[in-house]
Design a protein around this ligand. Structure first.
Ligand SMILES: C[S@@+](CC[C@H](N)C(=O)[O-])C[C@H]1O[C@@H](n2cnc3c(N)ncnc32)[C@H](O)[C@@H]1O
Length: 297
């Protein structure tokens, strides 16, 4: 554990800079160091060759707990400029281990993250830990965006060894880890579990470890299209959803689709939530192999 030079407490910084939480940025601060230390401990961050990227550091208490583990290279990405003075103090105290980017995590050019982290060329030794108490209004689109980037190994996700420790609202966390026995299995469960091992650390804290050999073996955009369609009416069986879909396709497409799906050995009387990510990949492959798209309306 590395002690940072004496700094004002985050509670004092919040008071001093009048950092009231703003609901439009889903701000909700953790002001208890025992909690942030516990999050970091369960994240099992250790320092070798590691780049840590924290999303939405706010006043920076989680950031402090991470820096105290002695990580060699850390970037925070924060949209709200009000936090910059507090974060700058932390950066100075960390001897510049901590670099700050003021930007929107949904819009940011990931090259900027790598450049700021002074990683010019990603090597096998690089490891990445993405962490954050995520703003709940963007947590789902952000996770979907990251999964797309991970499947294409683009941006910071080109680093091969990736762990993510993320705080979500409890219901979102439940959906991410839901397996085929869970009533809350969703598009997000299927998508995430095709690329990551997902585990619940506690009610709101989820850890994702990028699979070295992902289950996803079809283009992610097609996969998402198929999964989105089948979860659009999750109470229906695959069979009835397919029947509804065939009305939107040409007779030839229907014929090829049915033939392809018959080869799969998947029980079509099941509801979508009962299918594994691997089975959804096989379904998607039939759509891909036959160049069939799902019309959006
Ligand atoms: C739930 S708060 C967490 C704050 C701090 N990490 C904590 O745990 O106390 C979410 C943080 O994300 C920031 N934020 C919201 N939308 C963002 C975006 N699009 N890009 C980057 N940061 C964002 C907010 O300003 C806020 O600091």
């Amino acid at each position: 554990m590395k002690n940072l030079p004496r700094l004002l407490s985050v509670r004092d910084l919040v008071k001093m800079y009048n950092l009231t939480a703003q609901s439009q940025l889903s701000q909700n601060f953790i002001l208890d160091k025992n909690i942030t230390d516990k999050v970091v401990k369960s994240a099992m961050i250790n320092s070798n060759n590691l780049l840590v990227v924290e999303v939405g550091p706010g006043p920076g208490l989680l950031t402090r707990s991470i820096l105290e583990t002695g990580v060699p290279n850390m970037i925070v990405i924060e949209k709200d400029a009000r936090f910059l003075p507090a974060l700058t103090q932390l950066s100075e105290a960390s001897n510049n281990v901590l670099k700050i980017i003021q930007d929107d995590i949904l819009e940011i050019d990931h090259e900027k993250i790598l450049t700021t982290a002074q990683i010019n060329k990603v090597s096998q030794e690089n490891r990445l830990h993405v962490i954050g108490n995520l703003p709940f209004n963007i947590s789902t689109p952000l996770l979907v965006q990251w999964m797309k980037m991970l499947s294409k190994r683009s941006g910071i996700f080109q680093i091969s060894d990736i762990t993510m420790t993320l705080m979500f609202q409890k219901e979102v966390g439940d959906r991410i880890v839901a397996d085929t026995f869970s009533p809350v299995r969703s598009r997000l469960s299927v998508l995430v579990q095709s690329l990551c091992e997902a585990r619940k650390v506690d009610a709101a804290l989820i850890q994702l470890i990028a699979l070295k050999e992902p289950i996803l073996n079809v283009p992610i955009d097609k996969y998402e299209m198929v999964v989105r369609y089948f979860f659009g009416q999750r109470r229906k069986t695959l069979q009835s959803l397919l029947k509804a879909l065939t009305k939107k396709l040409t007779a030839d497409e229907v014929d090829r689709l049915i033939k392809g799906l018959e080869q799969l050995d998947i029980n079509l009387s099941l509801r979508p939530e009962k299918l594994t990510s691997e089975q959804f990949c096989r379904v998607t492959k039939v759509f891909c192999d036959n160049s069939i798209s799902i019309p959006t309306n």
